[in-house]
Write a protein that binds this ligand. Structure first.
Ligand SMILES: [Zn+2]
Length: 235
């Protein structure tokens, strides 16, 4: 570093001649066209639905396509070979995944049950690595106010949560999922019953006891909320 100088020409242009800029234009056009042609063979999917395997593929493709654009000592063919190999490998892996459910699960992950009959499937929630708050946020976005409205919820392999509601006449009292600043939300408490504070497991007996929740082993029970007479309350 003895010969170091703050040289703007070197910072902006490097040590290579200006002609290299034209080479970069040429390299970019060729490699970008080649990448686009290859991407057509990977298959159609929107960005929101990428599995972790597909994200890995895109990161690898990005590096293979990026480096030869401006590194003078990386020839275009090296990048092209890597792109072709990645696309071929992804085709093979996708074909294997279509034949074997186990391989598909390995690549795409598995669908995880998050809510079962009105309370959190605690084993599923732990497996999902999502916090309860994250799950509740997703549910509020589809109009869920408490867990008693939900028959089933699944974390899909693309990261989306599918929610299956109970029909209106079968909604049970459930754990409120209103945010902290609005503790009761648009719901009213049902003081006769109790649900587990952590997972919403419904306790059909009105008596409060010291027993732990059979679903998540938590031991704090709170009153659930109900929604079916909101209209009556508002009059
Ligand atoms: Zn519980």
């Amino acid at each position: 570093m003895d010969n170091y100088s703050f040289d703007l020409a070197r910072i902006f242009l490097g040590d290579l001649s200006l002609l290299f800029l034209f080479e970069i234009v040429f390299r970019t056009v060729i490699l970008f066209a080649y990448l686009i042609i290859n991407m057509r063979f990977i298959g159609q999917r929107s960005v929101g639905q990428l599995s972790s395997y597909e994200i890995a593929l895109i990161v690898a493709l990005g590096s293979a396509a990026g480096d030869p654009l401006f590194y003078v000592d990386v020839p275009l063919v090296h990048g092209m070979v890597v792109i072709t190999l990645l696309v071929l490998l992804s085709r093979i892996v996708t074909a294997l995944g279509a034949r074997s459910r186990r391989i598909n699960t390995l690549l795409e992950g598995r669908t995880i049950r998050l809510v079962n009959d009105g309370y959190l499937d605690y084993a599923g929630v732990q497996q999902s690595v999502l916090s309860a708050d994250e799950i509740y946020m997703e549910m509020r976005q589809v109009g869920i106010l408490h867990l008693g409205m939900v028959k089933r919820a699944y974390l899909e392999t693309d990261g989306m949560i599918s929610v299956f509601r109970y029909p209106k006449d079968r909604i049970k009292p459930g754990l409120s999922i209103a945010p902290e600043g609005d503790p009761r939300g648009a719901v009213i408490p049902d003081d006769d019953y109790f649900v587990c504070e952590r997972c919403g497991y419904y306790k059909p007996s009105p008596a409060i006891t010291r027993e732990t929740c059979p679903n998540c082993h938590h031991d704090v029970w709170i009153h659930p909320v109900i929604t079916h007479d909101i209209e009556l309350k508002m009059q």
